[in-house]
Every structure is written in C-alpha cells, then in structure tokens.
Write a protein that binds this ligand. Structure first.
Ligand code: PEP
Length: 256
C-alpha cells in the first residue's frame, strides 16, 4: 500500500463572488469531518482568498490555494499576483500550468517551470498540471506530450524542492466535458509520470511524489480512480463547487 497522503483540491476557476465563496467554504467546513490521511485544498479566485482565509482560520485542516501566480516576485506587471501576496493570504498551494492557462494564455512549459521555482522559493507548493489533448491521444502522442511537459515544467528542481511538488494529470479531453479517463487509462499515465520523475530525479523522490488525477471527477467515479496504485488524489473542477459532492469525493480519498 502507498504511504503517500491523498490530496483533494477544488479548483473553483472564475466562479463565485467573495460572498458566494464564503457561503461555500462555510458549508464545506460544516460537512467536513477531519481525517488524518487526506489533505484538502480549496482554490478560490483571488478575490475570494481573503474571505476564505478568514472563514478557514490558520489552524484548520483545509488549505488555501491559488489558481495561478506570476513568475516575478514584484514589479510593474499590471494585473498580476505575486507569490508573496499569496503567502500573505495563507495560501499553501498554487495551481500552475492548468490546461486553460496553457490554451487561452499560451503558457509554455518554460514559463510554468519559472513560476514553479518562484513558488517553491516562497514556500508555496505548486500543483503542476500536465495532460494531452484528444487530438494528441488519437495521434498516438500521449506519451511524448506528457513526458515532455513533465520534463520541461519540472526541470531543475532540487531534492528538497521535489518534496513540495504535486503533479496533476489532467487529460484535456476530460476537463469539464463529463468524459473521464477510465481508471486503467489514468493509472497508465500516472505510472508513466512516476517513472519519468524517477529518471529525472531518483526512485525515492518519485515514490514520494503525489500525482493527482483531474478531469470530470465526481462522487460516482472517485472511488475507482483514487483506488489506483499511482493515483494520490484529485484536482476537482465542477464538482468542487457543490459542498456535498466535494465532501463525497474527500470521503472516497479517505478510504483509498
Ligand atoms: C479542472 O479544471 O482542473 C477540472 C478537472 O475540471 P472538471 O473537474 O470540471 O473536469
């Protein structure tokens, strides 16, 4: 059995005002029964971080995360948010390289790598997203695309930095589409990612690294996905916007 601690993260994307976010995080906390074997992270929009911070409180078992950040630590970057700003709001995690950022904002692996290094230097744990499109999968390129993204987005991490890294495998064709990778398809790619890390760093680091699955995860499919040997949690979009479904997914992680 794996000794890796499961991690369930909710990516609220560009949804919920600060007022709505307050209601959702309050409901999640009310329904949440603390379990020692799972980390729970919520990633509201920037504008709701302060409110969520106040509701959660510093000692809670629910961690705050952001959905992105800038690679520079400060300066003339109008509209951007720095690692220090996130830290000040008690963020412990930051999602980087989500496929929506890669697609709509043309974020490259090199940029994601720079952001990850800045995040790590500020004691933020990056959740680095990778995943192939349907076109790439159908063209037989899944392996080269995913391995390439991992190698370039995670290049140059030290042994110490690897301890704080989480990778999320999110096949682009499964995000927000209702299509989920089968547990076997997901497991195959998670094992591939782990062996890539083993080659890049070493087997011990790879064995400890947490790899989440993301793509239409919901209470009905969570148990099977989270029960796979190399799946250590989930990055949840749509289903994290409803307290009950998010909590059901967390419960499945507790039993995985
Ligand atoms: C996501 O955006 O990271 C995601 C996995 O979304 P959904 O769960 O809605 O597919």
């Amino acid at each position: 059995m794996s000794t890796r601690r499961q991690i369930i993260a909710g990516n609220w994307k560009m949804n919920l005002s600060a007022t709505e976010a307050k209601a959702l995080v309050t409901e999640i906390i009310q329904l949440w029964e603390k379990h020692d074997n799972v980390d729970v992270v919520i990633c509201p929009p920037y504008t709701a971080l302060e409110t969520c911070k106040t509701v959660i409180g510093q000692s809670s078992e629910i961690f705050l995360g952001a959905q992105d950040m800038h690679q520079e630590t400060s300066g003339a970057y109008t509209g951007e948010i720095s690692s220090a700003m996130l830290q000040d709001l008690w963020c412990k995690y930051v999602i980087l390289g989500h496929s929506e950022r890669r697609e709509y904002f043309k974020e490259s692996d090199q940029l994601i790598n720079a952001k990850a290094k800045t995040a790590l230097a500020a004691n933020l744990k990056p959740i680095i997203c990778v995943g192939e499109t349907l076109q790439e999968r159908e063209a037989g390129k899944m392996e080269s695309v995913v391995v390439g993204q991992v190698e370039h987005s995670c290049a140059g991490f030290t042994e110490d930095q690897w301890k704080d890294v989480v990778i999320a495998y999110e096949p682009v064709w499964a995000i927000g589409t209702g299509k989920t990778a089968t547990p076997e398809q997901a497991q195959e790619v998670h094992a591939l990612i782990r062996s890539t890390i083993s080659d890049m760093a070493d087997g011990k680091i790879a064995d400890k690294l947490r790899i989440q699955y993301g793509g239409s995860v919901k209470p009905e499919n969570a148990a099977e996905l989270l029960g796979q040997a190399d799946i250590d949690g989930a990055l949840v979009g749509g289903a994290s916007l409803k307290a009950h479904s998010f909590i059901e997914i967390i419960k499945n992680a507790c039993q995985a």
